[in-house]
Ligand binder design. Structure first.
Ligand code: SF4
Length: 747
């Protein structure tokens, strides 16, 4: 693409500043970014950018970038050659592994690098021999993943950021898009222009609230009671819940209903400090709307009851029957640009890529994939791979340390250390594309970083890895290329996978993360398993291995073609046609997973009942279970035979969501990672444990209180179970001039 004078090249890329996934074009002259232009027909932002996105060119050209590898020696930063730096890091990583074991290194990864790079980072930690690998998602939306995945399957947004314009009611809670996700805010404003209602509910009066039709302030930490108050009015006073939908698609509604009954408006008003009339108003707005959505972000997730906050939103959406429709559903809005993708490839201490967990089946699967990598295909068997690198099953099956709490174990005198974080031998910390300032306990983190033998920081900028620890030596910083200096795919919050083209070669003496990761793998002795000629080979390997969320149709060629052919539709066209045209919706909204095969349009709206399950219209029941309480068989999904293209011979099948094999037989193993999580050996508690200790406690409460699911393994249909008692409903109301407080703020 070139502009009118033919000299400036325009390179399509994706903004790296948040997860909305806006497209833009970098202006390039003589291998230098000289500016940027709008990408007017980009499917998500249609040319619009916020001030962060509009400054993308400045990121590349910033004078504050780290320009060469450096090491701290006697309190001074000393430049190193790349060979010196990489050798020193590799030698030290091998030394601590030899001396203290593979769990001696904490691999703090990133939501800021591409899917391919994030995957390589996870794979590198696996080859090193540890599950001590995690990233920022632990702190932001891990509660969303746990809350949604345990309601209906996928722990992700059901819609797209631009689909909220079709909602008749947008309930925004714990989310301030006017500041954090401004391009999404544009679609919320469009929803108002379309005649929809926008309701903001949260303790703070935000800029988003200033643009809402209705603002409801509730007491911090009482989200669950607030949502259940709305549900109580909808179900028991108005009797306006969608009985047909609940009957057909939701399991255990009765127990959820019994729980909701406890939240009468007077009780909820006491807990939340919201007037009963205001609660009624919000509930009635939702009921009167044809279709509604709930949107949230870190204001909802970062709670001790974060997982259950999210489950409440999902239950509200189910009760209204608004799930799986254009403009309806649940929309968690991610923070960093590739949080969704880094989570999908599982830079996580409790999963191998694709949310497959850590059990033997998961390792069998991935070692099979890894013995099939381009460089080793046909030259190494899986048995040899296992023998060389993966013989310590006990360690590989063990959950690793998390991003937010590993340092508790590294501090010998830490008084607050919990059971999960017994003293550990962490001696080296890789801080890869992670600024560290999302960690809440900075003082303890600082002390831990001062306590280890080696800290490595990898980032385009010096960052906190280089400055937080007060130490004279033992820190090496590597200058990483920016997102415009490398290529690879990135997954937006709406599950769309997009391609970032390389606009310019890395500036200064920086290198791409892809380049550094493959180099480090070579120096650590795993080179033959990381020998890729180009990034696209990694994309293909990811697609080959991750069946669970349907990436197989997102080939590099297809992602790129999709970006080349992007075009927009008018809002009216969209509203009228997208409802019925799944392919059109896929084209409009990007190429969101699940994307089951190379002709599949992607799944812009999850759980559409009008769409065949093989095309992304998942049936909750088929998703979850094998048998309903009444004995009805729920094995209803079956996919086209071509879904099985790329099958790896001898691999225990992890066929995503298929519950019936092409030959009509039933897979012997649980068929989804979530089923693994819910199976006897891998309970919800296990799956959630690594979310973090507090959320694990939430799950523990469920596991203890709830009877086993009737299927014995997996929960049939979307699950609307009881909410726990940790909601402070028994707390005495505190007298406060709450109305006065609200009135002080401008509307
Ligand atoms: Fe970039 Fe997010 Fe702003 Fe879009 S909304 S331009 S992705 S920072």
């Amino acid at each position: 693409d070139a502009d009118e004078d033919g000299e400036t090249e325009l390179v399509k890329t994706i903004c790296s500043h948040c997860a909305v996934g806006c497209g833009l074009k970098m202006e390039v002259e003589n291998d230098t970014v000289v500016g940027q232009q709008a990408w007017k027909d980009h499917p998500i932002n249609q040319g619009g950018l916020c001030s962060k996105g509009a400054s993308q060119a400045q990121t590349v050209n910033s004078p504050r970038r780290l320009k060469e590898p450096v090491k701290k020696e006697d309190g001074e930063w000393v430049p190193l050659s790349w060979d010196e730096a990489m050798d020193e890091i590799a030698d030290e990583l091998l030394r601590v592994r030899e001396e203290y074991g593979p769990d001696s290194t904490m691999w703090m990864g990133s939501a800021k690098i591409s899917n391919e790079e994030a995957y390589l980072f996870r794979k590198l930690a696996a080859f090193y021999g540890t599950n001590n690998v995690d990233h920022q998602a632990r702190i932001c939306h891990s509660t969303t993943v746990a809350g949604l995945a345990n309601t209906w399957g996928f722990g992700a947004m059901t819609q797209s950021v631009n689909d909220v314009q079709h909602a008749d009611a947008n309930l925004i809670i714990g989310h301030n898009p006017a500041e954090a996700h401004p391009v999404m805010m544009r679609y919320i404003q469009k929803a108002r222009q379309n005649g929809g209602d926008v309701i903001v509910a949260e303790p703070r009066f935000t800029k988003t609230a200033a643009h809402a039709d209705d603002y409801v302030r509730f007491r911090p930490g009482t989200d669950i009671a607030f949502i259940n108050g709305l549900l109580h009015h909808i179900v028991f006073n108005l009797e306006a819940h969608d009985e047909e939908f609940l009957e057909d698609r939701v399991y255990d509604w009765e127990s959820a209903k019994a729980n909701i009954e406890e939240y009468d408006l007077e009780t909820v008003s006491d807990i939340t400090w919201v007037d009963e009339e205001d609660l009624k108003d919000v509930a009635e707005t939702l009921v009167e709307s044809d279709v509604s959505t709930v949107e949230w972000s870190m204001g909802s997730t970062q709670h001790t009851t974060g997982t259950q906050n999210i489950r409440s939103y999902a239950i509200l959406n189910l009760a209204l029957g608004d799930t799986g429709q254009v403009g309806g559903g649940n929309n968690p809005v991610r923070g960093h640009d590739n949080v969704q993708g880094a989570t999908d490839v599982c830079v996580l201490s409790h999963h191998l890529p694709g949310y497959y967990g850590l059990d033997d089946g998961a390792w069998d699967h991935w070692t099979n994939v890894w013995s099939e990598t381009p460089s080793t295909s046909g030259t190494i068997t899986r048995e040899e791979l296992l023998e060389d690198h993966f013989h310590n099953k006990e360690m590989m099956n063990k959950e690793g340390l998390t991003d937010s709490r590993w340092f508790e174990g590294a501090l010998e005198d830490d008084e607050r250390r919990g059971d999960l974080y017994q003293p550990n031998p962490v001696k080296a910390v890789m801080v890869w594309g992670h600024s560290l300032n999302s960690i809440s306990e900075m003082k303890r983190l600082k002390r831990a970083l001062e306590n280890v033998d080696l800290v490595v920081g990898v980032d385009p900028f010096p960052g906190l890895a280089g400055t937080l620890a007060d130490r004279e030596d033992g820190i090496i910083l590597l200058p990483a290329a920016t997102r415009q200096e490398g290529s690879g795919s990135v997954t937006a919050t709406n599950r769309s996978v997009q391609w970032r083209y390389q606009a310019v070669t890395p500036r200064h003496n920086s290198r791409t993360d892809f380049d550094m990761l493959t180099d480090l793998a070579e120096r650590l002795g795993f080179g033959e398993h990381f020998d890729y000629d180009e990034v696209e080979e990694v994309t293909n390997e990811i697609n080959l291995g991750i069946r669970s969320i349907g990436l197989i149709g997102q080939t590099p060629e297809r992602i790129k073609a999709h970006m080349e052919n992007s075009h927009v539709f008018s809002s009216e066209t969209l509203r009228a046609e997208v409802r019925d045209d799944h392919e059109l919706a896929g084209e409009y909204f990007g190429l969101p997973w699940p994307c089951w095969h190379e002709d599949h349009p992607g799944t812009p709206i999850l759980y559409r009942d009008s769409v065949h399950p093989a095309e992304g219209g998942l049936d909750f029941r088929a998703r979850w279970g094998t048998e309903a309480p009444d004995g009805e068989t729920l094995l209803r999904n079956s996919y086209e035979p071509d879904w099985w293209d790329g099958e790896i011979e001898g691999v225990p099948q992890y066929p995503g969501y298929a519950t019936e094999l092409p030959d009509g037989s039933t897979p012997a193993a649980p068929t989804t990672p979530i089923e693994y999580a819910l199976s006897e050996d891998h309970s919800v508690y296990d799956a959630a444990q690594a979310v973090d200790g507090v959320n694990a406690a939430d799950f523990a409460a469920y596991d203890n209180e709830q009877p086993d699911p009737p299927t014995g393994r997996g929960r049939a249909r979307a699950r609307a179970w009881n909410l726990p008692d940790e909601v402070p409903k028994h707390r005495e109301p505190v007298e406060t001039p709450r109305k006065d407080l609200i009135d002080e703020y401008p509307n």
